[in-house]
Design a protein around this ligand. Structure first.
Ligand code: SF4
Length: 292
């Protein structure tokens, strides 16, 4: 019987935008802001543990589609994904104090979409149409077209071309879209609009975690991805490990380590951008206590 070795990925866990969001929410709770009720606009991050901690601190989650009639005497944290201008106006109209934790990178995309729309561009947004960030950016460019993949981009560009062959077009990407997917989508639109103006709005945070994990795969026998299975970038990290032929598990709690882990000599740890430091530390400790 020997002690298992644990190696952490060079880059893992909270990105700058998520860390800022969580810190602002915690500050809001601790300062109390003089308000009786605390809200987050949608679930703050994709991590069940953090959401439970926020609920314990008194936060309730608002649904953009069903805002209460009044939010007087409350404070509302806007998450890193941001919101559109109408939602911001509705929140203020209902009397809440806004704590804006929109990630600065997302804010940049929102303002670019607004500027392009005002200049008369047909704005394409490459990303998931139901994702909070995309829904928010879209509200800054009311006639924008959301394209989820190359085929959809081709069809939408074709339709636009049939209506207006000389349309000025521009492309903005969801901050977490993959570079490959973004290029495919842009290429599809360029078949009709070769002058498409493409903006580099992709955030390096998720890619940096994937690259660090890919490097780690060469040093370890198995991988644990600390985080919540509801987080898409956590699932993407899991896929990176599996693609490299490594046994891997997504683990959301230190008490839920798979028993099979004990059969490996060197185990790597990575974590998505919404996994808190405390959880990564607890999982690291629990693995190091396993004996192989
Ligand atoms: S992934 Fe990038 S854009 Fe998204 S919240 Fe984190 S830092 Fe901001």
């Amino acid at each position: 019987m020997s002690i298992m070795r644990v190696i952490k990925a060079r880059v893992l866990g909270f990105c700058a935008g998520v860390r800022r969001t969580v810190d602002l929410a915690l500050d809001t709770a601790h300062e109390q802001t003089g308000r009786k009720r605390l809200f987050t606009m949608g679930p703050l991050i994709h991590n069940g543990r953090t959401l439970r901690e926020l609920a314990d601190l008194g936060f309730s989650v608002l649904d953009e589609e069903k805002l209460p009639e009044t939010l007087v005497d409350s404070a509302t944290v806007i998450r890193a994904h941001g919101v559109g201008p109408q939602t911001r106006r509705e929140l203020l109209r209902r009397g809440t104090k806004i704590i804006d934790a929109t990630c600065p990178k997302v804010r940049k995309s929102q303002l670019k979409a607004q500027e392009l729309s005002k200049k008369g561009f047909a704005v394409f947004i490459a990303g998931e149409k139901n994702h909070g960030e995309v829904r928010g950016i879209r509200m800054f460019a009311p006639n924008s077209l959301v394209v989820e993949n190359g085929e959809a981009a081709f069809e939408m560009a074709k339709t636009l071309f049939s209506i207006n062959k000389t349309a000025k077009t521009a492309m903005i990407g969801q901050t977490t879209i993959s570079t490959t997917e973004y290029k495919t989508i842009c290429a599809a639109v360029r078949q009709f609009f070769p002058d498409l103006a493409v903006y580099d709005t992709i955030c390096g945070a998720t890619l940096a975690r994937q690259e660090a994990l890919a490097g780690l795969c060469t040093e370890v026998d198995a991988l644990v991805i600390a985080g919540d299975p509801t987080s898409s970038n956590t699932r993407r990290l899991f896929a990176v490990a599996v693609e490299r032929g490594k046994p891997a598990w997504i683990v959301s709690d230190a008490s839920a380590l798979p028993p099979e882990l004990a059969s490996f000599g060197i185990v790597g740890i990575s974590a998505g951008t919404s996994t808190p430091d405390a959880l990564i530390g607890e999982i690291e400790l629990a693995i190091s206590l396993l004996q192989c």
